[in-house]
Design a protein around this ligand. Structure first.
Ligand code: CTP
Length: 379
């Protein structure tokens, strides 16, 4: 794989040297970008000699289109170590050096391996910046707890290079299945108009769909994302935005795909639309709701590829309902989550195929997305 490693200014930069060496020994092709701060800790020559890497520093920034060329090059882009500063800059759209300009131009999920002191790791501004990055499908690798450079013990150690290398290897394996596959992902929640100013919708954040788009883009798939409602932009080669169930159906019905992930929370009912703005001229108002089309059932009739449906169910009927939906909607897989995970950072899902339960995965949404993508590749 072509791996681009961005190294920012932390004492943990020595770990990226080990990471580069491990990846080099496993046959990966490396380019390394060193920030000004990182040069206090590591030298370009070390990466060249230990990992056969082509190394770029600030001096290369204004030479031709280095940041664009580098942003177009990798299969996987990882910032390790990622400091408080580099995370803050990328999350807020600041591109004032070579590494952050590459990040700005890179059209895919960036993997960050943070490294910092515990106080900085817990800083609410960092927490907000990390959640901004996650909202757009970037991946934040977990930090370790242990001895920090200061001698203190706490959270914030950069993930060990062996673990980062294992992660990269895993992405490489997924690529052998997903590379070049056309994957359509619907996510978010549909909105149905009541009148010209009001809608009925649901509270889907679209996070699971964004995490899937991120995992599949990293795995080399050609991802087409269909965002329903006002959810964030997923990492994808094409993005469509729809609001109503009918708009979703119209976009989907002519689409070709190898895999369709129907993660959108689709409205089951819509109000009878009234033109203009309903005035408040009575004490109560009754809205008549009518059934919407079941999009999956409508398109499963002329199936063009493998279809993965999603189901949010109360725990006591999750298993029976997931299997019923799989049969009745004529689809290949169902990812079922219990209602108790709504609104949580972490999730828990059960993956069903026609033969029954294939796996149960839990953890951060990006990790669960990766497990689903891995399980589908090996069935
Ligand atoms: N779905 C769909 N069209 C609808 C409703 C749901 O295509 N009108 C899709 C969803 O995107 C999801 C799957 O069907 O992939 C299951 O959605 P869910 O809301 O759990 O199930 P429903 O079929 O709506 O059944 P119920 O609401 O009764 O649980």
């Amino acid at each position: 794989m072509k791996v681009l490693i961005g190294v920012s200014g932390s004492v943990a930069a020595y770990k990226s040297l080990i990471l580069a060496r491990l990846l080099f020994k496993r046959g990966h092709n490396l380019k390394v970008v060193l920030t000004r701060g990182s040069l206090h800790f590591v030298a370009p020559l070390s990466f060249q000699e230990l990992a056969g890497a082509e190394v770029f520093t600030e001096g290369d920034f204004f030479r031709g289109n280095t940041h664009i060329d580098l942003a177009r090059w990798p299969d996987l882009f990882i910032v390790a170590p990622a400091t408080f500063n580099v995370i803050g800059k990328v999350a807020n759209g600041i591109a004032d050096d070579l590494l952050t300009s590459i990040a700005a131009a890179y059209n895919g999920p960036i993997h960050f391996a943070p490294a910092m002191h515990t106080e900085m790791w817990r800083n609410p501004i960092l927490r907000r910046n990390l959640s901004t990055l996650k909202r757009f499908g970037h991946v934040i690798l977990p930090v370790g707890t242990g001895e920090l450079a200061s001698g203190d013990v706490g959270e914030g150690r950069m993930m060990e290079p062996e673990d980062v290398a294992a992660y990269v290897e895993d992405v490489g394996k997924l690529r052998s299945f997903w590379e070049g596959k056309r994957v359509v992902i619907t996510y978010g929640g549909t909105q149905e108009p009541i009148d010209d100013v009001r809608v009925i919708t649901n509270r889907s954040s679209g996070r699971m769909g964004i995490a899937l788009a991120s995992a599949l883009t990293s795995a080399g798939a050609y991802v087409v994302a269909i965002a329903c409602g006002d959810v964030d932009v997923a990492p994808a080669r094409e993005l469509h935005r729809v609001r109503t169930v009918e708009e979703l159906y119209e976009v989907l019905k002519g689409m070709d795909y190898d895999y369709l992930f129907m993660a959108a929370a689709v409205s089951d009912y819509r109000p009878e639309y009234r033109k203009g703005k309903i005035k408040k001229n009575s004490e109560s108002l009754t809205l008549n709701l009518v059934r919407t089309r079941d999009v999956l059932t409508s398109i499963a009739g002329e199936k063009r590829g493998i279809i993965v449906g999603f189901a949010l169910e109360e725990p006591h009927r999750l298993h029976t309902e997931a299997q019923r939906k799989l049969r009745e909607k004529g689809i290949d897989y169902v990812v079922a989550n219990p209602t108790e995970v709504i609104g949580r950072e972490e999730t828990r899902v059960f993956l069903y195929g026609r033969e029954g339960l294939l796996g149960e995965f839990s953890g951060a949404k990006w990790e669960v997305a990766r497990q689903i993508v891995r399980a589908l590749a090996s069935v």
